[in-house]
Write a protein that binds this ligand. Structure first.
Ligand code: GTP
Ligand code: MG
Length: 356
C-alpha cells in the first residue's frame, strides 16, 4: 500500500519530539544497573580465566556498544580460545563452561551446545544478571564494534534504537525464540533507516575505504572505522527524533517491499531477494516435495520470510529467519498499528508503547 506516501503525523511534531527525547533519556540504564552488569562480568571473567589461563574474555552486544536499555539485565560474553574453531569444539567448551558455572553457584545454568552459535546461559545470583557465554564468537565482537562506530557518528541512532527496542518489548515482538525479531535485528533496521533517508544520517561504513580489517573463517570483515573523519556526517539531515520514529514505522508498515527486498546495512540499501538467492529459503524438504509451500503447515519456514535482513559480515545469515507465517502477520500488524497511531492520534505515545 503506497498510498500513504507524503502523510505526516497528526500530533504537534515539536511536542512529540520533546516527549520522545525525554522517553529515550529515561530508557538509558542507571549507573547502578551498569555497575551491577560490570560486577557480574568481572566475576564471570575471573572464573573463565582461572579455568582457561591466558584466554581472552570480551563483553559484546548492547552493553559494549552503548545500546542497552534500562531493566534489561543481560550481558553477552565471548570466551576467546586458541585452537577451538569448529562447531563441535565450541559445543564441547560450552559444556565445560556450563559445569564450571554450575560449580561456582550460578543459577539457571543452561548449556545450548547445538545452537547455531553454541552458548551457555546462566544467571549471576548476586546481581540477577542474565549471562550468555559464547566461544570464539568473533563475528559478534566485530559487529558490536561496527554498531558502536555507527552510534558514534550520530546520536540519533542510539535514541531511535532505545525507543524501537522499548516498543518491541512492550508489544511482545522482540523474541526470536517465539518467531519475532532479536534486538540486534532491530538495531540493523534502525541503521538501515538512517542510511536511506533522502539525506542520509549515516553512511555505509562498509562501502568506504576500509581502515579496519579482520578475516573470520570464510568472511572478510572490512569497514571504515575512522569515526573522527565522519563525525557530523549526518548534520546536513535535520530530522528530529520524532520524524525518524515516524519514518521507521511508516517504512515498515507501508514502504518496505516485503516480497522483494533484503535489508543490507553493508550496502546502505536494499538488495533484491533473487540476488541473495533467498527466495527459496532452506525449508522443510518434505513440504516442498509434497506440493510446494502452499502445502506447508503455518509454522513452516519453507517460504521466504517477509522480513529479510542481511547480517553485515556473515552474508548468508538472515536475521529475519526467525519469522514464520504467523509471526510475520503479527509483526506487520504491529508496525501498521504504530504507524497508524502516529499518523492519526493527537497524542499517540501512551498507546504506542502500551503493553500488548
Ligand atoms: P539487548 O540484549 O536486548 O540489549 O540487545 P543486544 O544488542 O545485546 O542484542 P542481542 O542480545 O540480541 O545480541 C547480542 C549480540 O549477538 C549482537 O549484538 C550481535 O553482535 C550478535 N549476534 C549475531 N548474530 C545474531 C543473531 O542472529 N541473533 C542475535 N540475537 N544476536 C546476534
Ligand atoms: Mg544482549
Amino acid at each position: 500500500d503506497r498510498s500513504h506516501n507524503g502523510r505526516q503525523p497528526k500530533a504537534n511534531m515539536e511536542e512529540l519530539d520533546a516527549a520522545l527525547r525525554q522517553m529515550a533519556d529515561s530508557l538509558m540504564p542507571t549507573p547502578e544497573e551498569r555497575a551491577a552488569q560490570m560486577e557480574a562480568f568481572e566475576w564471570v571473567k575471573s572464573l573463565l580465566q582461572a579455568r582457561y589461563p591466558g584466554a581472552g574474555v570480551h563483553l559484546f552486544g548492547s552493553v559494549a556498544n552503548g545500546l542497552s536499555v534500562r531493566h534489561n539485565n543481560d550481558i553477552d560474553v565471548c570466551l576467546e580460545l586458541e585452537g577451538v574453531d569448529d562447531q563441535a569444539g565450541k559445543a564441547e567448551v560450552a559444556g565445560v563452561v556450563g559445569e564450571l558455572m554450575e560449580a561456582a553457584g550460578m543459577a539457571e545454568v543452561l548449556p545450548l551446545p547445538k545452537a547455531r552459535v553454541p552458548v551457555v546461559k546462566f544467571v549471576v545470583p548476586r546481581t540477577g544478571t542474565k549471562v550468555d557465554v559464547t566461544v570464539n564468537n568473533l563475528l559478534a565482537c566485530i559487529n558490536t564494534k561496527l554498531v558502536a562506530d555507527y552510534c558514534a557518528i550520530d546520536a540519533r541512532l542510539a535514541a531511535l534504537v532505545a525507543l524501537v527496542k522499548h516498543w518491541a518489548k512492550q508489544r511482545a515482538v522482540n523474541d526470536p525464540y517465539r518467531g519475532t525479531l532479536s534486538s540486534y535485528c532491530y538495531v540493523l533496521m534502525c541503521i538501515h533507516l538512517l542510511q536511506t533517508r533522502p539525506t542520509p544520517v549515516l553512511p555505509a561504513l562498509q562501502q568506504l575505504q576500509p581502515t579496519f580489517r579482520r578475516a573470520v573463517g570464510q568472511w572478510t570483515c572490512e569497514f571504515c572505522d575512522n569515526i573522527e573523519a565522519l563525525r557530523g556526517f549526518g548534520a546536513v539531515n535535520c530530522e528530529s527524533l520524532a520524524q525518524l520514529v515516524w519514518a521507521f514505522f511508516e517504512y515498515w508498515a507501508w514502504r518496505h517491499n516485503y516480497s522483494h527486498d533484503v535489508v543490507s546495512v553493508r550496502l546502505g540499501a536494499c538488495l533484491h531477494k533473487d540476488d541473495k538467492d533467498w527466495t527459496r529459503r532452506i525449508g522443510n524438504e518434505r513440504h516442498l516435495a509434497s506440493g510446494g509451500p502452499a502445502a506447508c503447515p503455518p509454522a513452516c519456514r519453507c517460504l521466504p520470510s517477509d522480513v529479510c535482513i542481511e547480517d553485515p559480515f556473515e552474508l548468508s545469515h538472515d536475521l529475519g529467519r526467525t519469522v514464520d507465517r504467523q509471526t510475520r502477520a503479527v509483526l506487520h500488524k504491529e508496525f501498521t498499528r504504530a504507524a497508524t497511531l502516529l499518523r492519526d492520534a493527537d497524542d499517540p505515545l501512551d498507546l504506542l508503547f502500551a503493553p500488548y
